[in-house]
Design a protein around this ligand. Structure first.
Ligand SMILES: [Zn+2]
Length: 102
């Protein structure tokens, strides 16, 4: 096994990106909207920062994403953030965990 595989190089790039986007929002190169950042699974084991709404960028376009401290303006990101907050509230109605269990 080579000591520096492509996977390790990618992991280093991704680790740096995760630090860059920690506590940051992001805009996509060429766009004006500021997106919330979420990590998404990319190439199996790696988790990379990406717009929460998944618009415009796939993992392969990590370089198109720029960190910013500007507030989120993307409507879809804002809506998703709101949905997450709602989902985090304790639910009074429990859904069956395994609806298809035989
Ligand atoms: Zn967005």
């Amino acid at each position: 096994m080579p000591s520096s595989s492509l996977g390790e190089l990618l992991a280093a790039v991704v680790a740096r990106a995760v630090v860059d986007f920690e506590d940051r929002n992001a805009y996509v190169r060429g766009g004006s909207a500021v997106h919330a950042v979420a990590t998404v699974r990319w190439l199996g084991d790696l988790e990379v920062p990406a717009p929460l709404c998944h618009v415009g960028v796939s993992g392969g376009e990590l370089a198109a994403l720029r960190p910013t401290t500007a507030p989120v303006t993307c409507r879809r990101c804002l809506r998703k953030q709101g949905a997450d907050e709602l989902a985090a509230l304790p639910s009074t109605e429990q859904l069956p965990l395994f609806p298809f269990r035989r």
